[in-house]
Design a protein around this ligand. Structure first.
Ligand code: DSN
Length: 415
């Protein structure tokens, strides 16, 4: 066997090991998910090999020949996204949520602008200002109320009055509760009518699609930026929504040619399929996710684990935030959980809550079949790790649970 063939076999073997490991794990990473077989079928396509660049907002004005059907697929995906989210304009070209965020800043900001932005997200303006390019933006953190696990509205309103920021970016990489969109937009209108409110919906896009979370565009956000694969469960990528044509045009010119030339077309049919699923069974899908998150938070709490959002029902999203200071350091606990086949991430906490937390999302286990009555058993496994109980025993229980969660629910076929 030559070296190249050997290397191919090594790659295949690693993929097999990965698949077998993940099939035997409970995946509780809040930003991942599993697409339906229909969406996967639509993802594997000739489009992965083609170019479909276009500038501006007219997706039929393509630079490359051969796009007659590709443009129709993209148009269909746009129509479904507009219907699903009640948006007048959609852009599916960003290749990730991060690129969607950078595009929104390039489109709507100017050098020297002040940007108020949440701390527990991507901090797009901060990244640009501290990059080697040193983009001239003043990034100010939005004050956070740890007890309510939400934006501190009064302090943020004071900052808007004081700094009159051009951009305010809310949303979060750890989203437990809806955020005060209306109140912030009202203050921005008063103190800087030319400013823009950008809402990073990446984590909760599926819950918004299922109408079980706030609707940011209808509450006053000028732009929604998002990825397409977290609660939304589509192929990996980014998207931007707005109801304002001038904003859509500015965003289009920031995306292409600056950030994305060809927009990886194989995502488009799979995204259209994802939007169809949410239009068809989105409300029951989103409700099941939130009910499971509340049930798991409640079960952990009953077992002596403190959580963020106590007194507020712990969560209104797919995510829960256990506070693990009394059990150890967050990363070490995440490693112990992984040793028992529970995949979850460590998370920083607001000072009022402590130091070490775990970010747990139930969207993937929900899709695979978890129902509320499974929460006590999952909580027992997590608590077993927190108390350092017999890892082999916990791992055996987790693998049995993972094997039980072997469905893909909330699909066109299952309705
Ligand atoms: N923001 C990262 C996360 O929440 O895991 C992924 O984009």
């Amino acid at each position: 066997m030559n070296t190249e063939t050997h290397k191919v076999q090594e790659i295949e073997s690693l993929l097999e090991k990965h698949n077998s490991f993940r099939e035997n794990c409970l995946n509780l990473i809040a930003s991942e998910n599993i697409p339906s077989p229909m969406v996967e079928r639509l993802l594997v396509e000739d489009l992965d090999r083609r170019y479909g660049n276009y500038s501006g907002i007219d997706l039929h004005r393509r630079s490359y020949q051969g796009n007659r059907f590709i443009a129709q697929i993209e148009e269909l995906a746009h129509q479904l996204a507009k219907q699903l989210f009640g948006a007048a304009y959609v852009d599916l070209r960003p290749l990730s949520g991060n690129i969607a965020g950078i595009a929104a800043i390039f489109a709507l900001g100017s050098p020297g602008d002040t940007v108020l932005e949440v701390d527990n997200g991507h901090r797009y303006a901060h990244k640009l200002a501290s990059s080697p390019l040193q983009v001239k933006l003043q990034s100010i953190r939005i004050p956070w109320d740890g007890a309510r696990y939400n934006i501190d509205l009064n302090q943020t309103i004071s900052l808007i009055q004081q700094h009159r920021p051009k951009l305010v970016i809310i949303g979060s990489g750890l989203f437990l509760f809806p955020q005060p969109v209306r109140e912030l937009k009202e203050t921005m209108r008063k103190y800087n009518p030319g400013s823009y409110l950008i809402y990073d919906a990446a984590h909760v896009m599926g819950l918004i699609a299922g109408k079980r979370f706030q609707s940011p565009l209808h509450e006053g956000a000028d732009v929604v930026i998002s990825s397409t694969h977290k609660t939304l469960a589509g192929p990996q990528g980014g998207m931007i929504l707005t109801n304002d044509r001038a904003i859509a045009e500015k965003i289009a010119s920031a995306i292409t040619p600056l950030l994305v030339a060809n927009h990886h077309l194989s995502r488009l049919p799979a995204l259209a399929g994802t939007f169809l699923e949410w239009l068809t069974c989105g409300e029951s899908h989103a409700s099941a996710i939130i009910d499971n998150a509340k049930a798991l938070a409640g079960a952990l709490h009953e077992r002596g684990v403190p959580l963020a959002g106590e007194g507020l029902g712990f969560t209104e999203s797919h995510t829960l935030l256990p506070i693990v200071d009394k059990f150890g350091e967050g990363k070490a606990i995440a490693d112990s959980l992984e040793a028992c086949h529970i995949i979850a991430g460590a998370s920083r906490l607001p000072a009022e809550l402590g130091t070490h937390g775990l970010r747990i999302g139930v969207q993937e286990v929900t899709r695979r079949g978890m129902i509320e009555t499974d929460a006590p058993e999952i909580a027992d496994c997590i608590v077993g790790v927190l108390h350092g109980r017999n890892h082999a025993d916990v791992k055996r229980r987790v693998i049995a649970l993972a094997k039980r969660f072997n469905q893909i629910r909330f699909t066109l076929e299952s309705t």
